[in-house]
Design a protein around this ligand. Structure first.
Ligand code: HEM
Length: 395
């Protein structure tokens, strides 16, 4: 007989948050209750320690991604590879992207992203004030990814609007609009696939042609799965850079000495971005579902339970990172959880790092000091970071 005793919640995941409160909550959970149950958002376990997170992500036979991959569950129901398939099903879809992420293939992207950063920063600098999220970080990742996926101008314009509406509907947990904009994203993806079938491009540069070129035992990938994969590629890389750039700017505003240091010495930017990716990890609520009863920490997770791997917490785990709350550029390199671990580890990480480095470098080089000039609005599960940061810029 399955055990159906009601669980006693260890914490409330559905509380209003500010920039610092999630970190305080996770610190408390790591100490008091590292695998913690909340009955919010349909009920789930939050796994907050680094080692437990790695275990969940690598033991994919026990913790499947085929049922629910984020907390809260997204209203749209279609399965989208690669994230919604356990290995080895996800591998061909990942490979279609990773082959485009080598240093040589990414080299031409630096000047393109620099140009985009320049154009977006110009009006903000001119006014001396604005909202770094609304005016910059909401727009930059969509622009870069539209370019990366070689969207024609008309589709790039559409995806900028639909992508950001979808993003906002997710944040508001507005299921009706999540479905509506998700359908529109499917429409854009469908048109692109049809276009590439008629006008094939080089699979060594074009991600869509790369997906279409995959063969398994001589067979192409099924059309609906190619569609689902492209729909996932178009969105999965947009949200995290959006909130992360907001967090990075809050950090620079709060720590003017770091701003000055990075402005003086550009070579510190990659390490600084890495340290900020640790401190302000933008994804916290990626999830798996247990396939059997299993002990995790001191808790019994039951067959069918949802388990959220809280990257934002694992990256500040005191057992792995000394003085985890400090920004330390000399921290000896440890593998972060920011981009996940195991069979679903982010295949877009090299492009994401490049985008973030160019964005942060652009901001510190063109400003002397940034001040927070109003109330921040924060995202919530499954992300971490601000959705609005009013700023004043001193040059
Ligand atoms: C700061 C930026 C980014 C962060 C923090 C991030 C983080 C992550 C994480 C944590 C996962 C693993 C999810 C899991 O195990 O459940 C993931 C998967 C994925 N990411 Fe990213 N990502 C970023 C940017 C991107 C970009 C730019 C792209 C595309 C070009 C991308 C494409 C993907 C894909 C396709 C997957 C699914 C891989 C699979 O299931 O095998 N990501 N990402």
């Amino acid at each position: 007989m399955p055990d159906t005793t009601p669980r006693v919640p260890d914490f409330d995941a559905d509380v209003p948050e500010d920039f610092d409160s999630p970190h305080a909550m996770f610190k408390d959970l790591r100490r008091r209750c590292p695998v913690a149950y909340s009955d919010a958002m349909g009920g789930f376990w939050a796994v907050t320690k680094y080692a437990d997170i790695v275990r969940v992500l690598t033991d994919w036979q026990t913790f499947t991604t085929t049922i629910q991959n984020v907390v809260p569950r997204v209203a749209t129901t279609q399965r989208r590879p690669p994230l919604h398939l356990d290995p080895p099903g996800n591998v061909p879809y990942r490979n279609a992207i990773t082959r485009l992420m080598t240093p040589a293939k990414l080299k031409p992207w630096r000047p393109k992203i620099e140009k985009e950063v320049d154009q977006l920063l110009a009006p903000l600098l001119e006014k001396g004030e604005g909202d770094i999220c609304r005016d910059f970080s909401f727009v930059l990742p969509i622009a870069v990814l539209a370019d990366f996926f070689r969207l024609p101008d008309e589709n790039a314009r559409r995806i900028r609007i639909v992508g950001s509406e979808f993003n906002m509907a997710l944040q508001r947990r507005d299921d009706e609009n999540v479905r509506k904009y998700s359908d529109e994203l499917y429409g854009i993806a469908r048109d692109l696939i049809e276009d590439r079938k008629v006008h094939p491009q080089d699979p060594d540069v074009d991600p869509i042609s790369s997906l279409l070129a995959v063969r398994i035992d001589g067979e192409a990938l099924p059309d609906p799965m190619i569609l689902g994969a492209l729909r996932q590629f178009l969105m999965v890389g947009i949200v995290a850079p959006t909130t992360f750039i907001g967090s990075a700017v809050v950090h620079l505003a709060r720590n003017a000495e770091h701003h000055t240091l990075l402005k003086k010495d550009n070579s510190l930017i990659p390490d600084a971005v890495e340290e900020m990716l640790r401190l302000y990890t933008p994804y916290r609520g990626f999830a798996r579902t247990a396939r059997r009863d299993v002990r995790l920490g001191d808790k019994l997770v039951r067959d069918g339970d949802v388990v959220a791997v809280v990257f934002t917490s694992g990256n500040r785990d005191e057992d792995v990172f000394e003085n985890p709350e400090e920004f330390d550029l000399n921290r000896c390199k440890k593998d972060l959880l920011t981009f996940g671990r195991g069979p679903h580890m982010c295949p877009g990480a090299p492009l994401a790092r490049l985008l973030l480095e160019v964005a942060i470098e652009g901001i510190v080089q063109r400003t002397r000091r940034i001040e927070i000039a109003g109330r921040m609005t924060m995202t919530n599960w499954p992300e971490y970071g601000p959705l609005a940061v009013p700023i004043r810029i001193l040059r």
